[in-house]
Write a protein that binds this ligand. Structure first.
Ligand code: PLP
Ligand code: COI
Length: 342
């Protein structure tokens, strides 16, 4: 039995579900891990996460397919990215096979919360890890918790497939040679001020330029960026300072475009001053899926894309339909992309 929710209108928010997974790291090893109904966490006031923001997370989704199976999209890549993040933050990596087992357990344990096929909602899975033991000098904690909960979500941006307005941020989200390429909680803490300002001004997101020269496009606060040029090619920004999060959605879109749709893809540095030559722009990520952008505001100067503010442009629409078709099981997936929850 499904939960009794108005699935079409649930929005992107947290709802407490039945069971979450927790594994604790003590004396140099992870314990066997359990599912628990307890959603509250008690830790020391001096925990590494509370004092020095030693925390990281992942985000992936479970989908119900037309024939009633529950599947996840490339969870192995989330497991690996969390390992990469943990290493950079001096946290003990949580083994990939255990991450995948936890996904299976948590999703199955909360299956009544998986939104129905075709509702437009999905089950968001949030793995995270934090330093739980006391620190006072600036050092990594000795104990950690790895946790994973799920919550049903609708579209991340209010309009769904309606084109969004974004603005150029005056602040950076990452430093050159900093932590922009990992999924550290601190990257999001320092984006909150800009996010509040953007929302107050009516923009869905901030576009961050490269932190070294502020002349090149990097990404937004919660999604990578793709463009389409006049020749219909997909232009994918790369970072000169390795400060873009390696989005799994973006890497998948590049493959889908090249190998399945015959779209030419160019991954290269994109200067901000050439963006006005492009015809379409999209934000891509687990939460964002592929959300079209109609205009970028640069301190009052507007860059408008030919695709306009009414609907997504043709290339973004094709990519969106193919990607979501793969995720929901209506388009054949490349080998290894779909993991069925047993
Ligand atoms: N960039 C940032 C800063 C993000 O927080 C996310 C979300 O995970 C993404 C990009 C998209 O990554 P993915 O497609 O792996 O969800
Ligand atoms: C995701 O897409 O999973 C993210 O973590 C982005 C976040 C802004 C919700």
């Amino acid at each position: 039995m499904k939960q009794n929710l108005d699935w079409q209108n649930i929005g992107f928010g947290y709802r407490k579900t039945e069971l979450r997974y927790v594994s604790e790291y003590k004396n140099g090893q992870w314990d066997e891990g359990v599912l628990t109904g307890e959603d509250m966490i008690t830790i020391t006031e001096s925990a590494g996460v509370l004092q020095y923001a030693q925390t990281c997370f992942e985000g992936l989704k479970a989908y119900e397919t037309a024939d009633g199976r529950i599947v996840c999209f490339r969870p192995d890549l989330n497991a690996q990215r969390m390992i990469d993040t943990a290493k950079r933050l001096e946290m003990p990596p949580f083994p990939a096979e255990r991450f995948l087992e936890a996904v299976d357990k948590v999703v199955r344990a909360n299956e009544s919360w998986v939104p129905p096929y075709g509702s437009g909602a999905t089950l968001y899975i949030r793995p995270y890890m934090f330093g739980s033991s006391a620190v006072i000098g600036v050092n990594p904690a000795e104990e950690y918790q790895f946790r994973m909960f799920v919550t049903p979500v609708g579209p991340y941006f209010k309009g769904g497939l309606q084109p969004n307005k974004v603005r150029i941020s005056d602040f950076d989200r990452a430093a050159p040679r900093g932590t922009g390429n990992i999924k550290a909680g601190l990257n999001y803490a320092m984006s909150l001020h800009q996010t509040v300002l953007a929302h107050e001004e009516g923009f869905a997101e901030n576009v961050y330029l490269d932190p070294a020269t502020r002349t090149m496009i990097e990404e937004t606060g919660g999604a990578n960026i793709i463009f389409v040029d006049r020749e219909g090619r997909l232009i994918v920004p790369v970072s000169s300072t390795d400060s873009i999060l390696p989005s799994i959605t973006r890497r998948s879109i590049v493959h889908v475009a090249r190998e399945m749709l015959g779209i030419e893809v160019i991954e290269r540095i994109v200067r901000f001053d050439e963006v006005s030559n492009f015809t379409e722009m999209g934000l891509c990520g687990t939460a964002a899926v592929i959300s079209p952008v109609g205009l970028i505001d640069d301190h009052g100067k507007e860059i408008r894309f030919a695709s306009g503010m009414e609907t997504a442009g043709p290339v973004i629409t094709r990519l969106y339909e193919t990607l979501t078709g793969i995720q929901m099981g209506t388009v054949e997936a490349p080998e290894g992309w779909i993991h069925e929850i047993p």
